[in-house]
Design a protein around this ligand. Structure first.
Ligand SMILES: Cc1ncc(COP(=O)(O)O)c(C=O)c1O
Length: 383
């Protein structure tokens, strides 16, 4: 194992052509970023209204092949609102995975609802349709006004799968299960801009999808998010709620329900527009890196995670699966000591104090992955 780790460090230093610190994912600004930012400052429209916000929404709808995109301040806020838009209310429950970034679970609680944590599939690391079906067969009760949890008596008002590191979940299967139980799907597509499931962009398949443009994502605008949907009414309502629910009027302020100031500033949208122009190149660049990694790890007896059949991953954060937790810990220590940044996958949500009492299943696959998956440097290379 030790030799494999040393060789891995040398390989990564070689592909990034440096012995200095190699981050997991650094942004690349080689397009129109500065030009558009200066343009924004020159127009003085730096805040939440401006041409770049409109352009960004148009471009995201185009890239994700959806009818409407709403720019928001970050992905977390986007998921919070998306859940409200599909009808999640205080006291409800939302099915999601425990193997995820904290924002997925938090966005449920921001709506006054509680998460139910169900297992992931081993191949995709995303919410498993089999786990959801099994849970609903045991606890689900279908009534006229939706699906209820027999154990808690609460309504299960949404299902929130997450496309881990850009690997699409088996969403057709999930849609079949959730349709039978009348549960709408919101895709946490924060990590998967550019990924596809059976030629459809992730985020476009459920009722609503949400993306993040945080600094570490494949395309960044500093901080930002987007809600996408093929339901125009939901899209219009999404824009309304995230822009303070103000009734349109040229000078009067009148708000007819509780909205949010979740708007993306034009300054950030400018950066996003410049970055989106390069999405195709970034995707290609990362795919070629994934190919090089695969060849190397195959030859060195370490399992590199590749996209599953019928899907296209954006290879946002690439990862390896180590044999056991002991190997994983050694890999983490040695690589980080050599300034090659690596990071274990997230702790399962129910291992965190806020979520320890949530209803969940056995989490066999999620626990297996929690002990073995490690992210490796995945930035776009500029040469
Ligand atoms: C799975 C997942 N969901 C949600 C988010 C939240 O996005 P943001 O950081 O833009 O709030 C992120 C990323 O940061 C994420 O990785």
């Amino acid at each position: 194992m030790m030799k494999n780790i040393k060789d891995t460090i040398l390989f990564i230093q070689d592909i990034y052509k440096t012995k200095e610190f190699i981050p997991l994912h650094a942004p690349t600004f080689i397009g129109n970023e500065k030009k558009y930012l200066i343009e924004t400052i020159d127009t003085t429209f730096v805040s939440s209204v401006g041409a770049f916000v409109d352009q960004f929404e148009k471009k995201i709808a185009e890239v994700t092949k959806t009818k409407k995109a709403v720019a928001v301040v970050n992905g977390t806020a986007g998921i919070q609102v998306a859940l409200r838009l599909v009808g999640v209310k205080t006291g409800d429950e939302v099915i999601t995975q425990a193997l995820t970034f904290i924002a997925t679970a938090n966005s449920i609680v921001y709506n006054g609802a509680s998460p139910i944590f169900l297992d992931v599939d081993i191949d995709t690391m995303g919410l498993s349709a089999t786990s959801v079906a099994q849970f609903l067969e045991e606890y689900g009760e279908l009534r006229d006004n939706g699906c209820f949890n027999k154990k808690t008596g609460k309504k299960i008002s949404a299902c929130l799968p997450m496309h881990t590191f850009g690997f699409p979940v088996h969403i057709d299967e999930l849609i079949n299960v959730c349709k039978a139980w009348n549960i709408p799907i919101v895709e946490d597509a924060a990590e998967s801009l550019g990924s596809e499931y059976k030629n459809k962009p992730t985020g476009s398949i459920g009722k609503i999808g949400v993306f993040s443009f945080n600094g570490n994502k494949i395309v960044t605008c500093g901080g930002g998010g987007a809600i996408v949907t093929n339901d125009e009414n939901i899209g219009i309502k999404g824009k309304y709620l995230t822009t303070t629910a103000k009734v349109p009027h040229s000078y009067e302020f009148y708000h007819d329900e509780l909205g949010y100031n979740f708007r993306m500033p034009n300054l950030n949208a400018a950066l996003a527009c410049a970055q989106l122009e390069q999405l195709g190149n970034f995707l290609e660049n990362k795919r070629s890196l994934a190919g090089e990694y695969k060849t190397f790890f195959d030859a060195n007896g370490i399992k590199f995670r590749s996209e599953t059949p019928n899907t296209k991953a954006n290879y946002w954060l690439m990862c390896v699966e180590l044999e056991c937790q002991k190997d994983r810990d050694l890999f983490l220590i040695e690589t980080n000591n050599s300034k090659v940044m690596t990071r274990p996958i997230w702790r399962l949500m129910h291992h965190l104090p806020m979520y320890k009492n949530c209803q969940r299943d056995e989490q066999l696959n999620a626990s297996f992955l929690e002990q073995r998956i490690v992210n490796i440097p995945s930035s776009v290379r500029m040469y």
